[in-house]
Write a protein that binds this ligand. Structure first.
Ligand code: ZN
Ligand code: ZN
Length: 60
């Protein structure tokens, strides 16, 4: 199963482009940068650590 790249922040529903600054937890909850900062980098859904979502694997 491929990682699903969610296109919006789960909290404020801001659109997140593939190369946008987005954060994701191990359960694939996805948030924008401002929400992640506001939540201290902790996922409100599962309590996991939010890390910078990698850009698309295929670069160039
Ligand atoms: Zn947000
Ligand atoms: Zn989570």
């Amino acid at each position: 199963m491929a990682l699903e790249m969610r296109p919006i922040c789960e909290k404020c529903e801001t659109g997140l482009a593939h190369d946008a600054k987005a954060y994701i937890c191990s359960h694939e909850c996805t948030f924008c940068g401002s929400c992640t900062v506001a939540m201290d980098g902790v996922c409100p859904n599962c309590g996991g650590e939010l890390v910078r979502r990698p850009r698309r694997k295929m670069e160039g």
